[in-house]
Design a protein around this ligand. Structure first.
Ligand code: GLN
Length: 540
């Protein structure tokens, strides 16, 4: 029988509920199948069309689903390949109800928020957990308790707990404990009030996890326990830690795993020794390298969350801290900063994925500099496309080489070395029409890519793009020394490139960061950091 862990949040958004949920799940994965479900109150079907500055990274699943970045945490912490259906948005819920209504499924009845919306949510949750044969359904409810748009998720979960028996439910409430700057006093009132809001909705938390800067003091812990009606050991101190990978350890040390075991009558003790060793390396690295990430979303680090994680994973195994330098390439484009200046002291460069015209000429300048100065470079998706453009322009002499993506901004493209996938050009809708999800990549033998991936001939990686290398230009580009080392056998798409004459200059149409795990870093990031370190050492 499936047991449930429900994570709600209070006081503020952005406290790291996804990390908290993923960390709790991590503690139980040894013997149990934990399936995460994320409930989001917004009306977009998925976050695919949402601005990453506002919403953070769009995480792409193997099945092609575009989901909330919390799924990145789930996949990294729970060792599962998540599915699109596990992200319940109000958009999806309403869409399904309205389709049913048109089909006549409700014939004769008035379709109402209660019971129809809540029933729809309940049946979606049940279907997922049944078909996955989940031992634990880990349900994270987005937003903060009291938000109007999330009420139906909370109500649906309350109803399921009534149907399935409260003893099969473990409710976790994540709150914030502020500290007054003048008296340095931690305050429990916001937590008390948010637990009250939860109680009003018929839910009594089994534990309260508090987020705070400093450790929770004993007095405040007791106060929270008393006012929230839980024992003091059910107040879990989730104070700020250096790395998110420490969070499961922090929770376990305070007895959270045991509390869950006891209430849910399960037994699945975590194996944390490997995690502890890697966390130690993240916190106390022997060396440092500077990796520049270039792009127009660099203002908001959340839009590149998985890249940051992939660098941390690689660093942990190399005993080095990859220090990230954010480079706004529009500044290079306008001449505000020169490339040399921007890249001074940089040991490695990432040009990540992106869309549109703004900032790309600056990125191309960075790529040129990396190529000419033998600086380790990894171009991801748009980063690879721009590397191909740079090479076509400056080495193959194809002046005006570009991607047709810029044409909508009135830029003339003389040589469309990157162009739109023929079947994507016909699409009229914008949402959900990118080529996305997991695809096989065939690797050319004898290439750097082949070596990096342990001589495997085929790998599976995740994609999210609309444009690709124009096959017409492949011969001329390859003639000048660029090697397309990864390709799709079935679709003929170029999926990776490299410069054999360079120390480390690789571009991938896929996003290797999306499947990187702390225990198993993405090889392309690992070798970027390794090469950056070697370059740094050779210079000193
Ligand atoms: N804009 C490019 C495309 O659509 C790259 C997309 C990306 O970097 N994710 O192909």
């Amino acid at each position: 029988m499936t047991k449930f862990i429900v994570v709600t949040g209070g006081v503020l958004s952005g406290l790291g509920k996804g990390i908290a949920a993923a960390s709790i799940g991590h503690l139980l994965t040894r013997y149990l199948k934990v399936i995460p479900i994320k409930c989001d109150g917004y009306l977009n079907t998925d976050p695919g069309t949402m601005n990453p500055i506002e919403h953070g990274e769009v995480f792409v699943l193997d099945d092609g689903g575009e989901v909330d970045m919390d799924f990145g945490h789930y996949e990294r912490f729970l060792n599962v390949t998540c599915k699109f259906s596990w992200n319940l948005t109000m958009g999806k819920v309403f869409k399904s109800i309205l389709e049913k209504e048109r089909r006549g499924d409700f014939l004769g009845r008035t379709v109402q928020f209660i019971p129809h919306v809540t029933d729809e949510i309940k049946s979606m949750i049940r279907r997922i957990l049944e078909s996955e044969k989940a031992d634990i359904g880990l349900i994270e409810i987005g937003g903060t308790v009291g938000d109007l748009e999330n009420e139906f998720f909370i109500e649906a979960v309350r109803q399921i707990s009534l149907d399935m028996g409260q003893e099969n439910f473990f409710f976790v409430h994540l709150t914030y404990v502020p500290m007054l700057s003048n008296t340095k006093e931690q305050k429990s009132k916001p937590t008390q009030q948010s637990v009250k809001l939860l109680n009003e909705r018929g839910i009594r938390p089994d534990v309260v996890i508090t987020r705070s800067k400093a450790k929770l003091n004993k007095k405040i812990r007791e106060k929270i326990a008393l006012f929230c009606n839980i024992p003091p050991d059910a107040v879990i101190d989730g104070h700020d830690v250096e790395t998110v990978y420490e969070v499961p350890i922090l929770y376990d040390e305070q007895g959270l795993t045991k509390l869950i075991h006891k209430k849910l009558h399960i037994y699945s003790p975590p194996e944390l020794s490997g995690l502890k060793t890697l966390v130690k390396k993240i916190k106390r690295p022997k060396q440092r390298v500077k990796i520049a990430i270039c792009g127009k979303y660099t203002r908001l680090q959340d839009s590149y969350a998985s890249i940051i994680e992939a660098l941390i994973h690689s660093g942990a195994h190399l005993d080095v801290k990859p220090e990230i330098i954010w480079l706004e390439t529009t500044n290079i484009e306008t001449g505000e900063t020169s490339v040399e200046e921007a890249l001074r002291g940089i040991d490695g460069i990432i040009v990540p994925g992106g869309f549109g015209t703004r900032g790309i000429e600056g990125k191309i300048e960075v790529i040129k500099y990396a190529r000419e100065h033998n600086i380790p470079f990894l171009g991801i998706c748009y980063g690879m496309q721009l590397a191909v453009i740079e090479f076509a322009r400056n080495i193959c002499g194809l002046e005006g080489a570009n991607t047709t993506e810029v044409e909508s901004d009135g830029v003339e493209v003389k040589h469309p070395v990157i162009f739109i996938l023929p079947d994507k050009a016909k699409e009229k809708n914008y949402g959900g029409t990118l080529r996305r999800g997991g695809y096989d990549v065939s690797i050319k033998q004898g290439t750097i890519l082949h070596k990096i991936y342990g001589e495997r001939d085929t790998i599976r990686e995740r994609f999210r793009h609309r444009y690709e290398v124009n096959p017409q230009y492949v011969p001329i580009i390859e003639k000048h020394g660029l090697v397309f080392s990864g390709y799709s056998k079935t679709e003929g798409i170029m999926q990776a490139m490299e410069l054999p004459s360079h120390r480390y200059f690789i571009g991938t149409q896929f996003h290797p960061e999306l499947i990187s795990k702390l225990e198993k870093p993405a090889p392309l990031f690992y070798h970027l950091v390794k090469n950056a370190l070697e370059r740094k050492q050779s210079q000193t």
